[in-house]
Every structure is written in structure tokens, then in C-alpha cells.
Design a protein around this ligand. Structure first.
Ligand code: ADE
Length: 376
């Protein structure tokens, strides 16, 4: 069991029955937190050195996915785009293929845009200024703080949802952590205590506590926590109530029928439009609504024998897709489905579905069906 040694001055304050301020809680735990981090930090690929480019890419990937899931993406991305210059001139389809499965594709597009700015304005190195980092496309206060502190030791806060959970528990704060004002307040608090020279370790220590001690799901491991002595939520038995998060609005539900149109050995796909959800990625042909096989046959210029596929669901931040699907062998391109952009209707070979065209995870169930069916 990890118990920090008594913090300087803390016992006097406790003995006098004084309630600690938020800043005192963080300041008292500062040393033990850093020692804990240096002893317990995970060995992660983006921690091998302080290269700002690697840190940037990892932080963007980690915004949407768990550490273990990010690792293979991170290695692959670094292989394809080892430098800012390589990323700035990345072919869009190759970039999206590398991102396929991570979701939030606008993040990958912003990476490329920002890489262009970094090459043009900063000679290919990420600027070592919090403000200049914040100005880059796709970099918000958390990411700017993470890069500035981890790569350059600039004492800037890096407060994401996980760090907010830790800090609101330590401070016993019932402020809604989804509110911008709460984040601003906690960033202010971190700014008051973070020290030059240890900024990277301090921010990563908070991240690490959020990941492996004060965990998002399930009971926190308070007995192993360097905040144990100063944590208000532990002391007042408020772990179950903090952090406070107001429920989000309900997502809109969209039903659709996914059609795996099989033309000989090839499968029909199409490129999505340049704007909106999953812009410029590739998808199987689909139609709105959950259609039965009777309704389907009206869409084709020949008799069809649809094979029913499993239903699937994909949850985006604001919408849910509820899908049913069919595999349908065809010998003619169905004019009603190739629609108004026939040039975007592609008959792709099976190998190209795997290696060439970025197809978002929303279609994973149907892509997996094809892999099982066709992989030799
Ligand atoms: N989550 C967000 N940033 C992280 C980092 N640098 N290391 C581990 N997990 C993280």
C-alpha cells in the first residue's frame, strides 16, 4: 500500500482543524505525486523521448481511444509519416487509411493542416510557445498544454476529462466537469502550482493518476494514491458523487440499410461528399430506412437474391446509426443507387477494401463479414 510521508505543514493544518484550500491540496501533494509518477509511470512509446511531433500525434490519438488501442495506430502512423514534412504532404487517402478505425477523421485532417503551417511558418518544428501551439488547427488548450509541458517543459496546464475527474475529487468540487467554466477553473488551479522544469512530469502524473488510480469506471484505488491524505472526496466519502456530469442531450437515431453489392469478385463502394460526417471517406452503398427484401428489389434493374446480414449499430457523438444489411450479387450497376454522382461509385477488389480505401468503423460489422467470407 502506498502512503505518502506526512506532508510538510499539513499535520499542523489538520491539527488546527483547518479546511484546506484547493491550492493547498495540490501543493501539499506535489512532491509525492511526482515521486509516485517517476516510480509507477507506464512505459509508453510516446514517452521514449521528448520529441514534440511524437507527443502531438499521440495526444491527438489519445483523445478518442484507450492507450492500448492507440499503440498500433501510433507505430503505423510514425512509419508512414515519420516527420512533420511527411505529414504535411501526406496523400489524403493514405492519411485516412492510417486513421481508419480511430474515428473523428477531422482530427487527422487538422493534423495535416497544422503540419502545413508548422512547415511553412516554423521550419518544420512545433513552436515552443503555448500561444503559438494553440493557434494551430485542431490544437485546443489541453493539447497545447500537453505538448508545451511534455516536450518543452513550459509550465502550462493540460486538463482533459480524466484530469478533471482527479482534480474535482481531490478538491471535492461539485462543479459540472462538462462545463467550460469548470475546465477553466481547474486550469487556473494547475497554473498556480505547476513548476518550471517539472511541468511535463506533473501533467503526466495527473494523467497517469486518472488512468490507473482514479479510474473512470469502477472504484478508484485510493490506497495507492499520492493524493490520499489531501483528497476531499475520499475524506468526505463523495467518490460516488464526484465528478458531476450533466447528462448529454439524446442522440438522433438514423436507420439505414447497408448494401454489399457484389459484382463478380468486386464490391461496390462510394466516396462520401466533402462536407459533414465522415467526409471524403469511402462507404458501402446504403439507403435510408431499414428496408425489407421486397422494397429492396424496387431499387434494382434486375432480379435480385439478397442475403440478409446481421444488424449493426454505430454510435457517433450526436447521431446513432441503426443498420440492417444485405449482400446482393449484381450483374448491372443499379442506376437508382449509383445516383447523382456515378463517378464516385467504385467497384473495388477485396484487397483494395483492406489496403487502399479508408472505410470508417461505422461499417466495421459489414467489412468484417466480407473479410470472413472472402479472405483466402
Ligand atoms: N492520455 C492522454 N494523454 C496521455 C499520455 N501522454 N499518456 C498516457 N495517457 C494519456
Amino acid at each position: 500500500m502506498y502512503r505518502p510521508s506526512p506532508y510538510e505543514g499539513l499535520q499542523t493544518l489538520f491539527a488546527e482543524g483547518k479546511k484546506l484550500s484547493d491550492k493547498e491540496r495540490l501543493a501539499f501533494a506535489y512532491g509525492p505525486l511526482l515521486s509516485w509518477y517517476r516510480e509507477h509511470k507506464r512505459d509508453l512509446p510516446w514517452r521514449k523521448n521528448k520529441d514534440a511531433y511524437r507527443i502531438w500525434i499521440s495526444e491527438i490519438m489519445l483523445q478518442q481511444t484507450r492507450v492500448e488501442a492507440v499503440k498500433p495506430y501510433f507505430f503505423r502512423f510514425m512509419e508512414h509519416f515519420p516527420t512533420v514534412e511527411a505529414l504535411a504532404s501526406a496523400p489524403d487517402d493514405e492519411l485516412m487509411k492510417c486513421w481508419e478505425g480511430l474515428g473523428y477523421y477531422s482530427r487527422a485532417r487538422n493534423l495535416k493542416k497544422a503540419a502545413g503551417v508548422i512547415v511553412e511558418q516554423y521550419g518544420g518544428s512545433l513552436p515552443n510557445s503555448h500561444e503559438k501551439l494553440l493557434d494551430l488547427p485542431g490544437i485546443g488548450s489541453y493539447t497545447a498544454g500537453a505538448i508545451a509541458s511534455i516536450a518543452y517543459e513550459i509550465p502550462a496546464p493540460a486538463v482533459d476529462g480524466n484530469v478533471l475527474r482527479v482534480l474535482s475529487r481531490v478538491c471535492g468540487s461539485r462543479d459540472d466537469i462538462l462545463k467550460q467554466s469548470t475546465k477553466k477553473k481547474m486550469e487556473g488551479l494547475v497554473s498556480e502550482v505547476i513548476q518550471e522544469g517539472e511541468a511535463g512530469d506533473f501533467n503526466q502524473a495527473l494523467i497517469e493518476i486518472g488512468a490507473i488510480v482514479c479510474v473512470p469506471n469502477g472504484a478508484p484505488l485510493c490506497d495507492s494514491c499520492p493524493f490520499y491524505t489531501v483528497c476531499a472526496a475520499r475524506e468526505e466519502d463523495l467518490i460516488g458523487e464526484i465528478p458531476v456530469k450533466t447528462p448529454k442531450k439524446k442522440r438522433k437515431i438514423e436507420e439505414k440499410t447497408v448494401l454489399i453489392l457484389q459484382y463478380g469478385e468486386r464490391i461496390a463502394i462510394r466516396k462520401r461528399g466533402e462536407e459533414g460526417l465522415l467526409a471524403s471517406l469511402y462507404e458501402f452503398i446504403s439507403v435510408p430506412g431499414k428496408l425489407g427484401s421486397e422494397e429492396l428489389s424496387e431499387l434494382f434493374d434486375e432480379p435480385i437474391t439478397p442475403e440478409k446480414l446481421p444488424e449493426a449499430k454505430h454510435i457517433f457523438s450526436h447521431v446513432e446509426w441503426h443498420m440492417n444489411g444485405y449482400r446482393i450479387p449484381i450483374t448491372k450497376i443499379p442506376s437508382r443507387l449509383s445516383g447523382d454522382r456515378p463517378e464516385d461509385f467504385i467497384l473495388a477488389e477485396f484487397e483494395e477494401l483492406k489496403d487502399r480505401y479508408p472505410i470508417p468503423n461505422a461499417f466495421a460489422a459489414y467489412k468484417e463479414f466480407l473479410i470472413k467470407r472472402f479472405e483466402k
